[in-house]
Design a protein around this ligand. Sequence first.
Ligand code: GL7
Length: 805
Amino acid sequence: MALTKEQFITEFKDMALKLYAAPIEDLSSQQLYQALALLTRSYIAQPWADTKERYDEEETKQVFYFSIEFLPGRLLQSNLLNLGILDEVEAGLEELDLHPQKIFAAEADPGLGNGGLGRLASAFMDAMASVGMAGNGNGIRYQYGLFKQAFVNGYQVELPDDWMRNGFPWETRKENRAVTVKFGGWVELRPSRSGHLRVIYHNTDDVLAVPYDVAMVGYHNGVVNNLRLWSAEAPINAGPHFTLEQRERINQITQILYPDDSDNAGKELRLRQEYFFTSAGIQSIVRHYRRTHNSMAGFADRVAIHINDTHPAMAIPELMRVLMDDEHVGWDEAWRITLKVMSYTNHTLLSEALEVWPIDMFSGLLPRIYQIVQEIDRRFRLAFVPQFGQAMIDRIAPLGNGQVRMAYLATIGSHAVNGVAPLHSELLKKDVLHDLFQIFPERFNNKTNGITPRRWIQIGDRPLAHLLDKKIGTAWRQNPLALRKLHDYIDDTRFLADLNATKAENKRELAKYIDQTVHVKVDPDAIFDVQIKRLHAYKRQLLHLLGILDAYLAIKRGEKRPKRLHIFGAKAAPSYVYAKEIIKVMNAVADMVDSDPEVSPYLQVVFLPNYGVSMAEKIIPAADISEQISTAGKEASGTSNMKLMSAGALTLATLDGANIEIKNAVGDDNIEIFGLTEKEIAGYYQRGDYRSRDFYEKDPRLHAVLDMLVNGKIPGIETEGRDIYNALLMYNDEYFVLADFESYLAANARLDKLYQQPELWAKKALVNIAESGRFSADFTVQRYGREIWHVIPQTPEDDGSDTEA
Ligand code: GL7
């Protein structure tokens, strides 16, 4: 859109006055933010309405991305960027003597997601709008997000994340689009006079689902898509005997985000949440479709529904329910439509994360949905037992072991099933969904995750963005593959120095931020070594920690090395004791290192509390090293690996998830790979001959490091140090930390050496930035669009370089 600085100034002052009846000089950053957000919304309104109208008029096929989490990050700056008015607005604010960054920082991060899965969903929303795809999100409007993390005496403390305290200016309540979701009670099936089945519900708990829509603004293309978040409310005509308790129970449904990451929360409330937003979404999609169509016959040509992990897998029986019970479509036709509409992404290989529900709980809460799942199960068995045998079908039918098995249901009811990186997609076929792959091989495919360089480079890394503009022009902002032009400058000494200077500037900025947030002074000339992701044993922050302890001992012995600053950001699920113990030990090690004058010139450790999207925008541009060190075969993809690469950090990685594709993209010389491969680990499992103690006994460095956990050298970790020590030695180190220790140290030593050659380092950073464009989520959603959703993708064009599994 077009907006001059002068126009903006007038409109902004006007908006601020209307809102607060005060001149801008009197307003707080929060108030200025609110005024600016509302003004920005007013710019979005028309294209939002136009986009909706166009989709309806042109009968565009629409994608609905169902996800129990979205993690959009702050929206003001990215909306301004995508509208194409960020420069004008910032210039205007500066002319008013205001600080744009301060105002942007007043926005709370929406607390609607945990980690990678939710962030991916939001990257896809941004990408779909930006490539001009009609893609909508469907999720939950959580009142409270994932907890706010603080450290008290080194321990993680969880505080409520009241992210909506100041309101959420981007949402629009659509009370006229509310639908009713039914729980509990029992159902009676009665043939009606017209021959249809009549489904009569008795004694149900009805919940009103009220949608709040959030605009998803496309990049410089006038497209504005919709993210629909559902809130649970008491029915309007609830009546006099509706108790306060009942009301409370309803409100609970959308009150809080489950703080789990890659884990199966087997709680009835979670099941309620899942059905709530899934049913509301399906009902509203069908209702909208039926406003302009007499029957459901063409539904699958106009609608694609994507199930992001299994949490919304009830979309399958729910669509069957609506088709049959409300629209009077017969089973076979309903199933044909459902299969064509639904597709599913698996996001994890951890067996404990595969969702299952006890049948008692499921059938009690969702009696009609359970009947439909039973029928899906019955027909599945009927169709495939003859060919594949009872034993195999028993293993993978939707119902078994007294449970509803969501990943199997999702696979059986979708026409496409994908993993999120080639290795992950292969392992789905080989292990997790192997039997279903035998039956439906054509459904399985790979779609490697992606990120949005708009947020990570254009917004988060402005010094780099400007340097790129100067050197290769601005085409990369529209099409990140244009970053490949950087290869032309691999021998341009001046440019390599500029690249290093940009990194140095970002490191100074981060140093300031660290000082402001945790009051720790860090040396901006150190190597910034970053590991940012949820705290989980398989991600092996512990391996990183053992590496730090080894460095500590080496420095104590008098070894000199280039100074390293280890930066961690990670929340642990509140119930995940082991992860919280690791946090405590990390913090203790950070203190120990800091207070030792022999060591602190060479080594520093900072654990930043309350890691999230906005903090990532600060850390990533300053990173020299990106730690992606999960046990091979455990991390489905990872996405911080892609973000850090695009900031020119060198990846220190195992051959896991998307690290493998990063390696293929940049070549072996521009990444530091170490550790056991997935095959080698599978070999250990098969033979059953992994003995962590052997590594401890063989390797004196490892021996010394592990002993530090229990010999009192690190103050205040008696319990935690012992537990971790035991997990690694007595319980045989489930994640092969000890097996990878030696090669991890060797890889780190190579990085230390490389850092002594700044120009060579810069060359490698250059290659990483240059090749990061292929991981743009714009390309990812285009692949989904072409190969799964069958919608027509638009600009910018993809080079089709994804590796199919
Ligand atoms: C995850 C995977 O762990 C992560 O590797 C992947 O990048 C992400 C998006 O596909 O999905 N799976 C999962 O359950 N969570 C993830 O972040 C929470």
